[in-house]
Design a protein around this ligand. Structure first.
Ligand code: GTP
Ligand code: MG
Length: 210
C-alpha cells in the first residue's frame, strides 16, 4: 500500500544533531531513545534522505561514490528520538572482508537494538528490486523486525515509469509476502515524500508503549 497523508501536518523537526558513530549496539551512548534507521544498498540515498527530512544538507555525509557511510551514525531529533544512518549493504567493489565486516555490523545492530522502532528499507525507484534486497527484507520478516519501504530518487524519472517500476517490484515482493509493508516514494532533490514519511514516523512514535 502506498502511504499518502497529504492533508494532515506531520511532525516538525526543530533540532537535528549528530550524536555519535558506533560499530556495535554496546558502543552506543546514552540516552537510549527510540530509533528509526535507514538501510539499503550502497548509494541508494540513505544519508541524503536523512538530510532532506532534517532540512540540513550537511548533517549526514553523502557521496556520489558508493560506500560512504561505514559506521552506525545516530542523529538526535528534537531531543527525543534518533534517526540512524547505517552503512549500505552489497557494494560489490568492496573487498570481501570489508563487506563482511559491514554486514556483521548491520545485522548486529538490527538484531540487538531494543530501541529500534522501525527500519526504513530504501530501494532505488529506477531499478528492479534485486535478490540481495529481497533476501534482506525476508530476513527482516523472519527476525520480526518492523520495516517500511522508501523508494528514492523519484525525481530521476517520470510518474508513469515510476508507477510501473513500483508495481513490478510489488509483484516481486508478493511472491514472498501476503501483505506489503507501508511504502513511500521520495526524492531528496525535490523533497517529495517528506511530509508522508514524517507523518508515518509521528504515528510510530505515538504508539510506543510507556
Ligand atoms: P552509502 O553511504 O555509500 O551507502 O550511500 P547512501 O545510501 O547514504 O547514499 P547518499 O545519500 O550518499 O547518496 C548517493 C548519491 O545519490 C549522491 O550523489 C546523492 O546526491 C544522490 N542522491 C541521493 N538521493 C537522491 C535523490 O533523491 N535524487 C537524486 N537525483 N540524487 C540523489
Ligand atoms: Mg550514506
Amino acid at each position: 500500500m502506498l502511504y499518502l497523508c497529504p492533508i494532515v501536518m506531520s511532525i516538525k523537526i526543530t533540532e537535528a544533531v549528530f550524536c555519535a558513530s558506533s560499530t556495535t549496539v554496546e558502543q552506543r551512548v546514552a540516552p537510549f531513545l527510540p530509533e528509526l534507521a535507514f538501510i539499503g544498498r550502497s548509494n541508494v540515498g540513505k544519508s541524503s534522505l536523512i538530510n532532506m527530512l532534517c532540512n540540513n544538507s550537511k548533517l549526514a555525509h553523502t557521496s556520489s561514490k558508493p560506500g560512504k557511510t561505514t559506521l552506525i551514525n545516530h542523529f538526535k531529533i528534537n531531543n527525543s528520538w534518533y534517526l540512524v544512518d547505517l552503512p549500505g549493504y552489497g557494494y560489490a567493489k568492496l573487498p570481501k572482508k570489508e563487506r563482511e565486516r559491514l554486514s556483521k555490523m548491520i545485522f548486529e545492530y538490527i538484531n540487538n537494538s531494543k530501541e529500534l522502532l522501525n527500519l526504513f528499507v530504501l530501494l532505488d525507484s529506477r531499478h528492479d528490486i534485486q535478490q540481495i534486497d529481497l533476501n534482506f527484507i525476508n530476513m527482516l520478516g523472519e527476525a520480526g523486525v518492523p520495516f517500511s519501504i522508501i523508494y528514492t530518487k523519484a525525481d530521476k524519472q517520470g510518474v508513469n515509469a515510476l508507477a510501473k517500476q513500483i508495481e513490478k517490484n510489488n509483484t516481486a515482493l508478493k511472491e514472498y509476502w501476503e501483505e506489503l509493508p507501508p511504502t513511500f516514494v521520495s526524492s531528496s532533490q525535490t523533497r517529495q515524500g517528506k511530509e508522508d514519511i514524517l507523518k508515518h514516523i509521528e504515528n510510530l512514535l505515538k504508539h510506543i508503549k510507556p
